[in-house]
Design a protein. Structure first.
Length: 588
């Protein structure tokens, strides 16, 4: 008999003594073997089991805690439990007989056994995110529910992460536990739990000392076994992880998303990349602004009509719809081995999904590439699995483009003098070229930014000062920033009430830190740092919240209404300040 243990400490303290017994399931067979159920479908088989069981050892009924006896009595246990594991479902269900709180499991469906075999010879069931104290308290609530009848809801799901050595992918499973074939028996050392104890425990979940006083270690006996069902939630887990990663900012975002998508599509060498294009002259020319791509990294300009087939031009660049190429070689044959085919073939791509994301505030178009080295692994069918996360990709792309715009602005400020808006386009092009060269060259060798010269252009500017104006302006900035940060916290708090995502808590903490800094006094660069943080990390999350929860739309809209239409920040105190300065300087 295959016996699998878990990653829990074998000597872990519990209020329960774990005893394996088949008394309850045997009682069911005795029930169906009686004359009362002579017409029941189980009557005949139950009679045979009851008759055979006369020669079985008593400890199968009375119970035993030596788990090695499971193997000794394998034949008898199989006979008793086979009706709970119908043959027609052995290849479909992921089910096992198991002992709660230790997760030692000893009878499996065929599908479960295959999963465990693929995990490796020495694999132990790996329970996720459970501490010993939490397990102890869960066992106490189990006793309170089953023995005392107190209603306590601590139905926190258990999750197992089980690797597949063949595919290199880790699968995620949620468990459901059926305790119908078990009972709880108090020992002489078990204090009786009263209504007063129950109420005290309700307010002391994290006080393990109180729980151990009410339920001393080993003071109750668990007698029986449980049925554990596993449900594959890999897709749900990965979608959740992808959404979380896309909504937060990370230096390793591309790497983290690639890992998630490899599990999502079950392709261990899947490749993820993206490129940001500016569309010029209709669709005649694409300028590559930014690329972390296996396809476009070393390209600066692309002619749409010459490079891509008409189908891709229409779908990607006109309709902004995703395209799947399931067989790159077949694509090449159909489209005359065009330059795009040669690109795909050169880097060893066999199948690919292209996802266009159009920026809402400019002409930029981002193309996300999900590629496999083998044909048919990516196709128009599994492309549809991405529908649930496309909106999160759109939010992430918007944030990334804003971050890149900030980088371009910073590059201009670092390498060039103050510029007039009418010629800013020239500086933007130079800054984008500089950033592209930074990516392409060795990190130790920095490129030189282009020198920009305008012949026969002369700057004209002037400046006047009002005594005390700098202090007044700084106070105005401080008050506007503080107001905006407080409003941000309000929206995040409302969002957390609707959807308890950890990212809302994390962002609330970070906004509070910025608010404390502002209240303590502004330093050089604080304003830019805070506004960049809001654009990069907060606004994409607001879009997600607004899109997924109608009640939050009003909160987000109220926030956005307070922002200046042009500057996209709260500009109330500063506007009052500027109006005052204008009045003082007005010669009329």
């Amino acid at each position: 008999m295959k016996i699998v243990t878990s990653n829990l400490n074998e000597n872990m303290e519990l209020p329960l003594q774990l005893t394996i017994s088949f008394q309850k399931v045997f009682s069911l067979f005795k029930k169906y073997a009686s004359e009362e159920f002579s017409n029941h479908p189980y009557h005949k088989s139950s009679l045979e089991i009851v008759e055979d069981f006369k020669n079985y050892p008593e400890e199968l009924i009375e119970g035993f805690s030596d788990f090695s006896l499971l193997e000794k009595y394998q034949d008898q246990i199989d006979l008793l439990l086979d009706p709970l594991f119908p043959e027609l479902l052995l290849l479909n269900e992921i089910k096992a007989a198991s002992i709660p709180f230790s997760f030692t499991s000893f009878k499996f469906t065929t599908r479960f056994e295959q999963i465990l075999n693929n995990a490796g010879e020495h694999y132990k069931l790996s329970l996720r995110n459970f501490e010993e104290d939490t397990m102890y308290i869960m066992a106490c609530t189990f006793i309170m529910n089953l023995y005392y009848g107190f209603s306590i809801d601590l139905k926190r799901p258990f999750f197992f992460d089980i690797p597949d050595k063949n595919s290199g992918i880790t699968k995620h499973y949620r468990t459901a536990f059926n305790g119908d074939f078990s009972e709880i028996i108090p020992t002489k050392n078990a204090p009786k739990i009263t209504e007063e104890d129950y109420r005290e425990l309700l307010d002391n979940f994290e006080n393990i000392k109180i729980w151990k006083e009410k339920f001393p270690p080993g003071s109750y006996i668990f007698k029986g076994f449980g049925i554990m069902n596993l449900f594959d939630v890999t897709a749900d887990e990965i979608i959740s992880s992808i959404r979380t990663n896309l909504l937060r900012s990370s230096d390793n975002l591309n790497e983290e998303l690639q890992h998630d998508l490899r599990e999502f599509f079950e392709i261990k060498d899947l490749m993820l990349g993206f490129s940001i294009f500016t569309i010029e002259n209709g669709l005649n020319q694409l300028r590559v602004k930014m690329s972390e791509s296996t396809l476009f990294t070393f390209m600066s300009e692309i002619s749409c009509s010459n490079h891509f087939c008409h189908h891709i031009v229409g779908k990607i660049f006109n309709q902004y719809e995703s395209v799947a190429i399931s067989d790159v070689e077949m694509y090449g044959q159909k489209h005359g081995h065009n330059p795009f085919y040669h690109q795909l073939h050169k880097v060893g791509i066999g199948s690919i999904i292209l996802i266009p994301v159009k920026a809402s505030n400019n002409k930029d178009l981002t193309i996300i590439e999900i590629a496999s080295p083998r044909p048919f692994e990516l196709n128009s069918i599994n492309q549809n699995k991405l529908k649930d996360i496309i909106s999160a990709f759109e939010i992430a792309v918007e944030r990334f483009i804003e971050e890149q715009q900030n980088v371009i602005e910073a590059t201009i400020q670092e390498h060039y003098t103050t510029i007039h808006s009418s010629v800013k386009w020239r500086f933007i092009e130079a800054a984008e070229k500089y950033q592209r060269e930074l990516q392409e060259k060795n990190q130790d060798i920095k490129p030189d930014p282009d020198e920009i010269i305008f012949e026969n252009v002369f700057p004209l500017y002037g400046q006047s000062d009002i005594k005390g104006s700098s202090l007044a302006r700084n106070n105005a900035i401080k008050e506007d920033l503080a107001t905006q940060l407080m409003l941000t916290i309000n929206v995040l708090s409302e969002a957390y009430k609707k959807e308890k995502l950890p990212i809302y808590e994390e962002l609330t903490f970070r906004v509070s830190e910025y608010l404390n800094e502002v209240n303590s006094g502004l330093k050089a660069g604080d304003e830019i740092s805070i506004l960049n943080f809001l654009k990069r990390d907060i606004y994409p999350v607001f879009k997600h919240a607004k899109r997924n929860h109608k009640p939050l739309r009003k909160e987000v809209d109220k926030y956005m209404e307070r922002l200046d239409d042009n500057l996209h920040v709260i500009y109330e105190k500063r506007k009052n300040y500027e109006n005052s300065v204008t009045m003082l300087n007005d010669p009329s």
